[in-house]
Ligand binder design. Sequence first.
Ligand code: FES
Ligand code: FES
Length: 164
Amino acid sequence: MTTVEIELRINGSAHRLDVAPQVSLLDALREYLGLTGTKKGCDQGACGACTVLVDGRRINACLALAVQYQDREITTIEGVDHPLQEAFVRTDGFQCGYCTPGQICSAIGMLAEHKEGAPSAATEHLADTGGELDEAEIRERMSGNLCRCGAYNGIVSAIKEVAK
Ligand code: FES
Ligand code: FES
């Protein structure tokens, strides 16, 4: 099998690895580097369990090829130090915890998107962006992250608390 040597920058450190060109960023993180905080749910872009941040923006690592992400700043849950983590604990934002790393990485990316004025389908007029992050906005903007335990109320409360 043909492999390529690549270097990934993850949580501030450089990692060299040999991967086949078709290896996803998710598999590179979990199987090659042992960073198992990022979860594999559907492996097809539907659940958000694999969400990581690349240059501060959220992506689904299962839909990304590792070879495409050299020289980018990748942040996984292992590298996150954010008030959202404590907020999730305070508000009971998890049960089994499987979706939690993806929820937290996604929420960090979402808060930044909202700050930059990115519109959402919950915004009636697209020009009205960057306003209050109310519950409808949070639910819409986090809709790519599924929780099989149904901890949605706690997740929304945690994000609301941090967004204030
Ligand atoms: S594992 Fe990537 S979106 Fe479900
Ligand atoms: S807490 Fe179990 S899947 Fe979300």
